[in-house]
Ligand binder design. Structure first.
Ligand code: FAD
Length: 577
């Protein structure tokens, strides 16, 4: 390890706080890699997770039908060829059990579990301003004293619960998809209701429809869906994707979304016939490519958005046939791609089954849960034995605001983000020195990127920043207010160019009452974001004030942060790709 204050070991003093160089919250994709990186630097580091094992998203979301919308071979870590090639996916879009096994493989290969404290929730994290260290407490009463606190809590990890009046008195079985039990759920002969048809609801619905007695799907916001093609891999095909490791390593970090494909077509330069041809070709890919790598103008130009939306609607109409189903299930009032686009296999055909009923709750919302089912505003009641809530997350902020995080001058992150969601590049927050964040608001995130690409980059940036501090005998790192203001301004300018901010979805925090409105994910492009982060690091962390704990010795700041950030916005970035 580089120069760091020697650690007072406390193994024998059971009452004394556990003293660490770094504490990581979360043992999902980000937390595992962050732990590995910091430990490789020689730091004394532990990770903590509420779950009883590794996996994060892939530990909790074990509902029927849960699977990737990213191709498995791009979702893997790319920092080690050996680690990458040592794992073989059985299909293109693997399902949750296989993904969970992959995460176990990672934990085993990197020997991570010995430094992870499971079944433990971090309740609070308070900055000690005298030492600039963090005191964190767990639900088990344990106290940890750490120099660096890195939150790898996930963007989509704080499920929304308590959504409807009366739900605690439901006499049937109520299950949240994001907290699905490990034991199998028996649906045979049961009257099952599903609330929520986002990416998760869609996966559940198409998977359980033929296993239940009767399925009622309550639809508020219809979704554009893309059909998934999910071939099983032969050994030769596994070898083929593995042989592209070098190419993927070069490619993924620099595309607009961290996926393999990028925007290669220009709408204005194509004739209407050529556009149609391209859309049909991409449609055949059976992936998210139509959303994330067809025409970038989709995100900026109302007319292009409408034409591509109509292309998708036409495909959906052809499968649904019934005008009533089309009316309820095909979006009309927002553009394709401005909300998270789900992949599906037989979701639309599910509604043609005799045991499946769709109920629109857009104009006639759910009023309450009754002991025997759901009651709508007009008084209609739906009797249910099982109620499945695929109702989403308090995205981006929720995992952090559920921890009592107090920074300088006693400021509370929950209170501050309750007024305005701010961060510096999603990596730190002004007022909270030595707190680093992954998958946080204002960095590229689940909404618009292949998450492993983004999380690897963020974990590496944090790890390098800490390394730089230790090399330079610097103890405290905090973004300046000026830097944070500039990032937010850039984020807002970039977002304002897009149609995404003109809609209501969890991307904008609209699914949580009272949540300040802001596009949660940075939309300037994964590659462009990486360049900016690299430029900050290369400048000696311009805009991130660093100093010794007591000496107030300033670190190197050769450039003004404004010069570092003043590069391209979303539209220009998309054109560059
Ligand atoms: C159903 C679903 C499907 C998805 N599919 C894709 C996909 O196909 N492609 C893609 O790129 N992304 C997808 N995502 C996004 C997914 O969240 C990321 O890909 C990735 O798994 C996030 O990893 P993470 O480490 O940032 O967070 P997570 O995996 O969410 O892990 C965070 C961990 O932190 C723990 N934690 C949080 N707060 C505390 C606390 N206070 N104390 C202790 N522990 C805490 C949680 O228990 C959790 O285990 C999907 C998300 C969901 C929900």
């Amino acid at each position: 390890m580089a120069d760091i204050t020697p650690i007072e070991r406390t193994e024998s003093a059971t009452e004394a706080p556990l003293k660490l160089d770094a504490a990581v919250i979360g043992a999902g994709v980000a937390g595992l890699y962050q732990l590995h990186l910091l430990r490789s630097q020689g730091l004394e580091v532990k990770a903590f997770d509420t779950a009883s094992d590794v996996g994060g998203t892939w530990y909790w979301n074990r509902y029927p039908g849960a699977r990737f919308d990213s191709e498995g071979y791009i979702y893997q870590y790319l920092f080690s060829e050996d680690l990458y090639k040592g794992w073989s996916w059985s299909e293109k879009f693997p399902s949750q059990p296989e993904i969970e096994r992959w995460m176990h493989y990672i934990a085993d290969r990197l020997d991570l579990r010995k430094d992870i404290v499971f079944n433990t929730t971090i309740r609070s994290a308070h900055l000690d301003e005298a030492t600039n260290r963090w005191t964190i407490t767990t639900d088990k009463g344990q106290v940890i004293d750490t120099q660096f606190l890195i939150t790898c809590c996930g963007m989509l990890s704080a499920p929304l619960t308590s959504l409807f009046l009366g739900q605690e008195r439901f006499e049937g079985k109520l299950i949240y998809t994001a907290r699905w039990p490990k034991e199998p759920v028996d649906f045979s002969g049961k009257r099952v209701g599903v609330v929520g048809i986002g990416a998760t609801g869609i996966q559940v619905i198409q998977t359980i429809a033929d296993k239940v007695g009767h399925l009622t799907v309550f639809v508020r916001t219809p979704q554009y869906v893309l059909p998934m093609k999910n071939p099983k891999y032969t050994i030769a095909e596994q070898e083929a994707y593995k042989s592209r490791f070098d190419w993927l390593t070069e490619r993924l970090p620099h595309t607009f979304t961290g996926f393999e494909h990028d925007f290669e077509n220009n709408w204005a330069e194509c004739s209407p016939e050529r556009r149609r041809e391209i859309l049909e070709e991409i449609w055949e890919d059976g992936s998210l490519k139509l959303w994330l790598a067809s025409f970038a103008e989709l995100f900026f130009d109302e007319q292009v958005s409408e034409e591509i939306s109509e292309f998708v609607r036409e495909k959906m109409r052809a499968r649904l046939k019934d005008p009533r189903l089309c009316d309820i299930l095909i979006p009309k009032d927002y553009g394709f791609g401005t909300h998270r686009v789900p992949l599906e296999v037989s979701f639309l055909e599910t509604f043609l089954r005799p045991n499946v009923e769709v109920v629109s709750v857009k104009e006639n919302p759910i009023e309450r849960v009754t002991p025997s089912g759901l009651k709508l505003k007009d008084g209609a009641e739906h009797a249910l034995d099982v109620l499945i809530f695929a109702t989403g997350f308090d995205a981006g902020t929720g995992a952090l605001t559920r921890i009592d995080i107090r920074g300088r001058d006693g400021r509370s992150l929950k209170e501050e983000w309750g007024r305005d969601i701010r961060s510096t590049m999603g990596l730190q927050v002004h007022g909270y020195p030595n707190l680093f964040t992954t998958a946080a608001p204002l960095a590229p995130s689940a909404a618009l990127c292949n998450m492993t690409t983004c999380l690897q980059q963020q974990a590496e940036w944090i790890s390098n920043c800490i390394h730089h501090m230790l090399d330079n005998k610097l103890k405290v790192c905090e973004p300046t207010k000026e830097m944070e203001d500039q990032w937010i301004e850039h984020h807002e300018e970039t977002a304002a160019d897009t149609l995404v901010v003109k809609t209501n979805s969890w991307y904008m925090g609209s699914n949580v009452e009272g949540k300040p409105r802001r596009l949660l994910s940075y939309i300037g492009g994964v590659g462009a974001y990486r360049q900016k982060c690299d430029a900050v690091a290369a400048s000696g962390y311009a805009g991130f004030a660093m100093r010794g704990a007591t000496t107030l010795e300033e670190g190197p700041h050769p450039k003004k942060s404004g010069e570092i950030l003043s590069t391209i916005g979303a539209r220009q970035a998309a054109e560059v790709y």
